[in-house]
Design a protein around this ligand. Structure first.
Ligand code: NAP
Length: 256
């Protein structure tokens, strides 16, 4: 399968979870993939494995909340692979789980720095490269938490709601440049982030896991690949008339 043949893609937060699955699927579909993360060992190992399997892949240490690191890494990707066509803004953190009146300014700011400013910095510095390539696709990882409310994770909800509407702003702003911008809204996907969230917020981890699964009408949590296939579609030319949408991948969570 070569749905992304001759495209160059950046995936942020590519060492684990959803980002890792996106990097693997994009590479298998023919893209050269640049993996950005702060977890260097896991990211480098994945890039090495993809290279051994015959794909074009490389790892960059990039904290998406650091504008200089983002700018320099994107320039370096374009120099190494010749262009940039796809940006997957996936890196994100769940932040603290506590009532809004107990959240500190520092806890609030850290979530916005990664989840919102990180998307802003990556988009800002990718746009000139995507323009130079004659267009491209930006896929932003929002969440069901960017569509509907739960309780006790206000900084996360604020960040994912922001990503949802940044997506629409950028979709309209850059449509004339043939740069498409869409958001993906996963339900609970079984990744290190969700495991850590359930371990820190529950007394009985196994019950909490079952209860989280039961929130989805399909009766289970999703797997990283469920999201990766949505990202492959939006990144590819199959989605050439699709911009500004919210692609929900949630086992029916928000359909209730
Ligand atoms: P994950 O398992 O924690 O993986 C995220 C990766 O991003 C980790 O390698 C993480 O490193 C890295 N990262 C964190 N902060 C970073 C930064 N400042 N710069 C670069 N990399 C950074 O998370 P996930 O569950 O795959 O989630 C991926 C995205 O999907 C997030 O935006 C998340 O909000 C969204 N999402 C997830 C779910 C879900 O149920 N899993 C649902 C809806 C939306 P560390 O481990 O060191 O933090």
């Amino acid at each position: 399968m070569n749905r992304l043949a001759s495209k160059v893609a950046v995936v942020t937060g590519a060492s684990l979870g959803i980002g890792r699955a996106c990097a693997e699927r994009l590479a298998q579909q023919g893209a050269a993939v640049a993996l950005f993360d702060v977890l260097d060992e896991a990211g480098s190992e994945l890039a090495d494995r993809l290279t051994t399997e015959g794909h074009l892949a490389a790892y960059w240490h990039v904290d998406v909340s650091d504008e200089i690191q983002v700018r320099d890494a994107l320039q370096s990707v374009a120099a190494r692979f010749g262009a940039l066509h796809v940006l997957v803004n996936n890196a994100g953190i769940s932040g603290v789980a506590k009532p809004t009146h107990e959240v500190t300014e520092q806890e609030w700011d850290r979530v916005q720095a990664v989840n919102v400013k990180g998307v802003f910095f990556c988009t800002k510095h990718a746009i000139p490269l995507l323009r130079r390539a004659g267009g491209g696709s930006i896929v932003n990882l929002s969440s069901i938490a960017g569509l509907v409310g739960t309780a006790g994770v206000a900084p996360y909800h604020a960040s994912k709601g922001a990503v949802r509407l940044m997506t629409k702003n950028d979709a309209v702003s850059y449509a004339a440049d043939r740069i498409r911008v869409n958001s993906v809204h996963p339900g609970y996907i079984w990744t290190p982030m969700v495991e850590q969230h359930l371990r820190t917020t529950s007394v009985d981890f196994e019950s909490a896991r079952r209860e989280a699964a039961a929130l989805h009408p399909l009766g289970c949590m999703g797997e990283p690949d469920d999201v990766a296939w949505a990202v492959v579609y939006l990144a590819s030319d199959e989605a050439r008339f699709v911009t500004g949408i919210e692609l929900v991948v949630d086992g029916g969570y928000v359909a209730r």
